[in-house]
Design a protein around this ligand. Structure first.
Ligand SMILES: [Zn+2]
Length: 431
């Protein structure tokens, strides 16, 4: 195995062990019997990394998958053998983890993109094989720790509860009625008697703070109920917007200055919400980061892309160059679950170069519109709550990070609004 493969294997073993990293040296990844005496548990390589198939479509596992103790296995055989008194696991949990953690499938399969050129959740192996709703990499981690214990090692029992909670909000717009189209739609609905009143709309035009979507203070107060949580607002930083980046707001204007001040005084962090257009013009990311840093006079190193259009797995360098250290984009827009197979923060691994990039990916657990939008999961309120609860329980049981994304524009001004109710119920669940 090349040095770069060995580095990645070492990274994955440490990652799987989480709080038992001190045992990393006891885990081998080798087919060489002469090396077995060095280790307590040996994972037998399936040949995934050395194979002529690496990087080719034929390396994507065929369905149905085998299982090792109830967890889907992507590579190797679900068997354990004892050779020279050593436990040799034929299930290649290293390659299986790598496949998910590096977004290998998205790198290899150039098709399966939706209208926004995002990899389609329903085309992913996670979805097709039916494990999108549980983090199988974290399950491998638990298995590995169990095997080490069986081999006589003293292990630390895994913790329960959230390792971290991030309550995040993408500021796509600071109000419903701050542009011509919004006002027109609002007036139309108000006149038909469906929603809102003409006088409220007029007041919002005069003072954005009266706009029902300018609910940041309310949102921060809700988030503060979860005392251990970190609050992050992702802000767009374009000088001019068009197409899917509309509506535009000016981050150098008075309204945004006031908003930044609110974030500062409430210990809410500001991250870059990189634009839709930067997905096609990657150099734009650094320009936007610089503009936001100037406008806020803060270091901007947190990131999420608009429409969750994260760059392909071999393009981390555009974020690294822009000074991004932590990304919160990774989820499929169309289906909630564990796109990276884990609920722990993981370094971006480039499947092309096998480089471990200096940028941490914090898997996005739940996004508001994924649950509710009819072109995504389209769940009714009760179903959405049940599904959200199921994912949250998974994160809790693996001591993972919970990352929620609710847009300020998702909340209505009445308590029976779908997302107002759902968000409050979820906060109640986790606080
Ligand atoms: Zn957005």
């Amino acid at each position: 195995m090349s040095n770069q493969i060995l580095k990645v294997v070492d990274y994955i073993i440490n990652f799987l062990l989480q709080d038992n990293r001190h045992l990393a040296g006891k885990v081998g990844y080798t087919a060489d019997i002469d090396e077995y005496h060095k280790y307590s548990v040996i994972i037998y390589p399936s040949g995934f990394f050395d194979s002529q198939q690496y990087g080719k479509q034929s390396s994507i596992p065929a369905l149905p998958l085998q299982k090792i103790e109830n967890t889907e296995l992507l590579f190797g055989e679900p068997q354990i053998e004892y050779i020279k008194g050593k436990m040799v696991v034929k299930a290649d949990i290293i390659a299986s983890s790598f496949f998910l953690m590096s977004r290998y499938e998205e790198f290899v399969c150039k098709d399966y993109r939706d209208i926004h050129k995002r990899y389609e959740g329903v085309s992913s192996l996670q979805y097709r094989a039916g494990f999108i709703d549980h983090p199988i990499v974290d399950e491998y981690g638990k298995l590995l720790i169990k095997w080490l214990q069986q081999a006589g090692e003293t292990v630390q029992q895994s913790k329960q509860g959230f390792r971290a909670i991030y309550l995040t909000h993408d500021v796509d717009s600071i109000g419903f009625y701050q542009n011509f189209r919004g006002v027109l739609g609002g007036l139309y609905r108000a006149i038909l008697g469906r929603n809102g009143s003409v006088s409220n709309i007029l007041q919002s035009i005069i003072d954005v703070r009266k706009d029902p979507a300018y609910n940041f203070r309310w949102l921060i107060d809700r988030d503060n109920e979860v005392t251990s949580a970190e609050k992050i607002f992702f802000v767009k930083a374009l000088k001019k917007s068009k197409g899917f980046d509309l509506p535009h707001y000016n981050i150098e204007g008075k309204a945004l200055k006031r908003l930044f001040q609110l974030f500062r005084t409430t210990s809410s962090r500001i991250g870059l919400h990189s634009s839709y257009q930067s997905f096609g013009d990657n150099k734009q990311i650094a320009i936007e980061q610089k503009f936001l840093a100037q406008a806020t006079d803060e270091t901007i190193n947190l990131h999420r892309s608009h429409y969750l259009t994260i760059l392909p797995p071999d393009k981390a360098h555009y974020y690294v160059k822009a000074g991004i250290t932590d990304d919160f984009t990774i989820a499929f827009a169309s289906v909630s679950g564990f796109r990276l197979g884990t609920c722990h923060a993981v370094n971006w691994i480039n499947p092309k170069t096998l480089e471990i990039e200096p940028i941490l990916l914090h898997p996005l657990t739940l996004m508001d519109c994924t649950l509710s939008n009819s072109n995504y999961m389209g769940l009714g309120y009760d179903e959405a709550f049940d599904y959200a609860q199921q994912l949250i329980n998974q994160v809790k049981s693996h001591n993972g990070e919970l990352v929620l994304l609710w847009h300020n524009t998702s909340f209505g001004d009445t308590d029976d609004n779908y997302h107002t109710k759902l968000y409050k119920a979820i906060l109640e669940l986790i606080k």
